[in-house]
Design a protein around this ligand. Structure first.
Ligand SMILES: CC(C)(COP(=O)(O)OP(=O)(O)OC[C@H]1O[C@@H](n2cnc3c(N)ncnc32)[C@H](O)[C@@H]1OP(=O)(O)O)[C@@H](O)C(=O)NCCC(=O)NCCS
Length: 190
């Protein structure tokens, strides 16, 4: 398990299915993601079957459940996907599910811990993400966690009734490790 100031990241389990189904289809959360089409419980179960047995190097993906460190509440998931062993690069994705938990610092903390894991456990060299330019809360959280804007793709996603521009944002190992070295985690277990 990996610890931040507020969150704990742990392996996602099949038993997380009910936690996921509770808020995952909330439009307020999903409108900033690749698709806001609702997921059925069956589809989510099949996704869980895949990711609970995936290997970062063989399958190119690792998914963690995000929990509130103090209460143990399930908050959402964070992912490193498209893990590329030659370039030692991956794409970060995050979704906190319940709108009531947004804007409370969980996301910034989670992203920092996932970067720490990606750089200091997996040995990655760069980690990037894409986010709609209208997702001001996400951009602010990513910048606080160390991401920089690397480029812009015009009209790359259709969401909320229109084509949206997206930022490509990235971090590199040296910059992250200068602030968060590998010999201590972001936060303590308690
Ligand atoms: C994106 C996400 C992970 C960010 O996590 P979070 O816990 O909500 O964000 P944090 O509280 O850590 O940080 C948000 C920052 O943005 C600010 N903020 C919040 N709402 C904002 C808004 N509407 N406009 C601008 N800034 C905003 C907050 O004040 C905070 O900055 P501050 O600490 O300087 O005050 C989370 O909101 C989420 O999962 N959203 C739904 C799905 C999603 O958008 N995923 C990302 C897709 S790329």
């Amino acid at each position: 398990m990996y610890f931040g100031e507020k969150v704990r990241l742990r392996a996602i389990e099949m038993s997380d299915l009910p936690h996921i189904m509770k808020h995952w289809n909330t439009y307020e959360t999903r409108k900033f993601l690749l698709s806001a089409v609702p997921y059925s419980e069956n589809a989510e179960r099949k996704w869980l079957e895949e990711v609970t047995t995936a290997s970062p190097w063989k399958d190119g993906i690792v998914v963690f459940a995000v929990e509130d460190k103090r209460t143990g509440q399930f908050l959402g998931t964070v992912t490193l996907d498209r893990i590329n062993p030659q370039n030692r690069r991956a794409e970060l994705g995050i979704a906190l599910h319940d709108p009531a938990n947004l804007g409370k610092g969980y996301g910034t903390d989670t992203v920092r811990v996932m970067l720490w894991f990606g750089y200091h456990v997996l040995g990655l060299h760069t980690i990037f993400l894409i986010t709609m330019t209208c997702n001001a809360r996400a951009i602010r959280a990513y910048e606080k966690a160390g991401f920089k804007r690397a480029g812009l793709l015009r009209h790359a996603m259709f969401s909320q009734g229109k084509f949206q521009d997206v930022f490509i944002m990235d971090t590199v190992f040296d910059e992250f490790a200068a602030v968060h070295p590998g010999d201590r985690q972001i936060g303590s277990p308690t």
